[in-house]
Ligand binder design. Sequence first.
Ligand SMILES: NC(=O)c1ccc[n+]([C@@H]2O[C@H](COP(=O)([O-])OP(=O)(O)OC[C@H]3O[C@@H](n4cnc5c(N)ncnc54)[C@H](OP(=O)(O)O)[C@@H]3O)[C@@H](O)[C@H]2O)c1
Length: 417
Amino acid sequence: MIRGHYNDNNICFLGHRSPLIKLQLLLCCLLVVIMVTLPDPVNSFHANNANANANNANSNTNVNSNYASALLSSSLNNNAESNSDGTATTTSTLPSMENLSVGFIGCGTIASSIARGLSKAATCHVDDVHSKNTIGIQNMVVSKRSESKSRALCDDLSSKLNISVTETNQEILDACDLIFLTVIPQKAAEVLQGLEFDPNRHILVSLVSTANLQDLVRDSKLDLSRVAKMICLPSIARHKGVALLCCGDNDSDSDSATSARAFLTSLFGNMGGVVCLDTEADLEACMVTTCTMGPLYGTMKNQRDWLMRHTDSLSKTDASFLVVEQFAGAISDASRELQEQSNNSNSNGSENRLEDLIEEQTPGGLNEQALKNYGTVLGGFAELQDPVMDAILSRIRGETDGSLNNSNDNDNSTSNS
Ligand SMILES: NC(=O)c1ccc[n+]([C@@H]2O[C@H](COP(=O)([O-])OP(=O)(O)OC[C@H]3O[C@@H](n4cnc5c(N)ncnc54)[C@H](OP(=O)(O)O)[C@@H]3O)[C@@H](O)[C@H]2O)c1
């Protein structure tokens, strides 16, 4: 498992710890120092690019076909090497972190959020030439679907980067290296099967929870090593929350600079943090906690409603504010300390952070009392939460429809038969 964490500049790095990685980091630093002293430093690259993008942006509401084919040929040229007999050999490449071309097939809620997160990551790094992972976006292309959302995205990002809208999904592939599949589950297979991926160029990241890696390989015809599944929440736009990732090239050396896993982990590590899972089964289990966002809002609403019944002068707005901000304060304390401990070389210190936070409650105090009441009177959090989480996992795995009542019905019908 690889985690992203923040340094003091609020920039996320991976939790590399091996001596080999430290050596690689040292070499990277040396490279950065050399690059800074060269006439074409990273900073000026970004500044030039930002200006060029801003100039291009206003006139770019559709992909210009010359522009798209120019991008395609330049990318393929990068992939072509000459043999001694003069014939060309095509080699597989990864997208360039400093010169990303990113496409979104489907331009709904999650596509817009990732696009905004990428834009923020690129913006963050313009001024930071010392960052290990300098992100630059050469171009971003989205499908015209959900026109109100794709238009809003273009309006928001066009001053920051070169963003375009296409009529067809194939144009997105022709113009971009890194492709996000962000359509609803029912459309995923049909959309992929209608596209022609370049096996040496494209990396496919699917946000479609129901499509497994083998489905994605079958439908895209890409090699497993160039396919990944990702789960994140819309807060990735603001680099909040954690992206869950499961990559097809898991068996290869995940620290290798040529691995898609290393590339994607590094990219999303710069967008709030990433947890990279070794198996799809583990990814499915981790997805369950992303589905407790709704219940968390339900818990807060219940507390707000309780306050409304037990106070005379508190307005509903103030009660909502009070409850949400109390949760936010507690969560930000827990998060900050976990991030700090994760930055230390001995990250095992954060292993029991949640137990420590519970232990910190004043002995004999009200919080301790409330915790005890949950544990002794109501059966504890496991009894309250586990059946709900188990049911969601069984739905994710296609075993039930996720409803607790129906799981019981199914159990009964199984035992009756
Ligand atoms: N929202 C989340 O928080 C979240 C989180 C994690 C994962 N996901 C997953 O991400 C995927 C997208 O979710 P979403 O919430 O972003 O859904 P959404 O807002 O409905 O977006 C889906 C997009 O796909 C487009 N689309 C449909 N058919 C298409 C086609 N043939 N070619 C190109 N685009 C097409 C839709 O366009 P039209 O509107 O024109 O049909 C729409 O823009 C789902 O598989 C979901 O499970 C979502």
